[in-house]
Design a protein around this ligand. Structure first.
Ligand code: DP6
Length: 359
């Protein structure tokens, strides 16, 4: 088992019902349940810079190294910093389960800009949980893996599975019932598309973790959000079951706006959207009004770049309109994906020249 390099790749997810606020910051337990689409990493570039949406991660556990080494996009992570260590707590948790004291070498690469609101932490942590547990031969269930990934980053628990995924908030104090489960597999609705309109590649100014804690602490509107958000989730599940885009779009947009409203109600206010984001919001409403029913919906995570959810049938006119938006940097097209997958030895990011101490 040891000194063998294991490699996998995983992908981000886009939340349709958002997670924003924790009831337990240590265990990463959310205030509300959330629902997302796990994305297919093999995105097509409609215009602009070509991105794929993969995180590829190699892991090796070894007794020949005397500390953990984690590289993300070539940068060694500072594990003496508590916030960084917390992100990678899953390595310690797994070591405990596997009853080993071997150290880990982790090398991870995103094929898209890190921390730009494209959910790099979700895809990174989910891939790490998946591959590190495999490297230790732990044979964890998807539920166990999602609980593990949750400990690194909440939204990561939903990238453990493909298709449409719900993170049940759970009630238990120890977090044992706060896990992700697949509602539908990736092929449930093949016509469903996600157009990602990249309007900025800048790193976000407020990290989700700090931002949501600030919202919970200071926003009065947030209490109202908590009264309505589980109702939105139930309505969305019904609309997905019926493949009713008109109803679905209304919930998705109201829900994204609700999260950004409580961000604005935070003190000091958190503002992720920019003028281009707002122009796209108006364009989507314009298209829907002209169509006489909702055929597309925008949703924004903690960044200015919207995901526009629509169907294959409507793709062309939406793309045509988006291409008229000034300041659009790239437009990507993807659909639902299958979740993390193992890669071959030849895809490994760790070789002997990279880690001479492993020889
Ligand atoms: C806006 O999962 O990054 O993308 O649990 O503190 O690591 P931590 O936060 P994170 O927050 C994601 C917030 C969001 C909404 C969502 O994905 O549900």
């Amino acid at each position: 088992m040891e000194d063998v390099v294991y490699t996998a790749r995983g992908t981000p997810n886009i939340a349709l019902i958002k997670y924003w606020g924790k009831r337990d910051e240590g265990l990463i337990l959310p205030k509300n349940s959330s629902i997302s689409l796990t994305l297919d990493g093999n995105a097509e570039t409609v215009v602009g810079k070509a991105f794929k949406l993969y995180t590829t991660t190699s892991v090796v556990f070894s007794h020949k190294i005397n500390a953990d080494f984690i590289y993300i996009d070539g940068e060694l992570q500072d594990l003496s910093n508590k916030a960084v260590r917390d992100r990678f707590a899953i390595i310690d948790i797994l070591r405990g389960i596997a009853k080993t004291n071997a150290h880990a070498m982790v090398v991870s690469k995103n094929s898209f800009p890190t921390a730009s609101g494209l959910a790099s932490s979700a895809s990174g942590i989910a891939t790490l949980a998946y591959i590190a547990s495999n490297a230790l031969d732990l044979k964890l269930s998807e539920r166990e893996l999602s609980i593990l990934a949750r400990r690194g980053s909440g939204s990561a628990c939903r990238s453990i599975m493909g298709g449409i995924v719900k993170w049940e908030k759970g009630e238990a104090k120890d977090g044992s019932d706060s896990f992700a489960r697949q509602l539908y597999t990736h092929d449930y609705w093949p016509e469903l598309l996600d157009l990602i309109a990249i309007v900025s590649e800048d790193k976000k100014k407020v990290a989700s973790r700090a931002g949501m804690a600030q919202t919970v602490a200071t926003s009065d509107l947030y209490r109202k959000r908590l009264e309505i958000v589980d109702g939105y989730a139930a309505q969305l599940e019904k609309a997905i079951e019926k493949k009713d885009m008109d109803v679905m779009a209304e919930i998705i947009m109201k829900e994204s706006n609700s999260m950004h409203a409580v961000m604005l109600d935070t003190s000091p206010p958190i503002m992720y959207l920019n003028d281009i984001s707002r122009e796209i919001i108006n364009a989507v409403h314009e298209i829907n009004t002209a169509s006489g029913k909702r055929i597309c919906a925008y949703t924004f995570d903690a960044g200015p770049s919207p995901h526009i959810i629509t169907t294959e049938h409507e793709k062309e006119r939406i793309v045509d309109r988006l291409l008229k938006v000034e300041g659009l940097q790239s437009l990507l097209l993807t659909k639902m994906g299958k979740g993390p997958e193992m890669l071959q030895e030849s895809d490994a990011l760790i070789d002997k020249s990279f880690a001479p101490m492993l020889k």
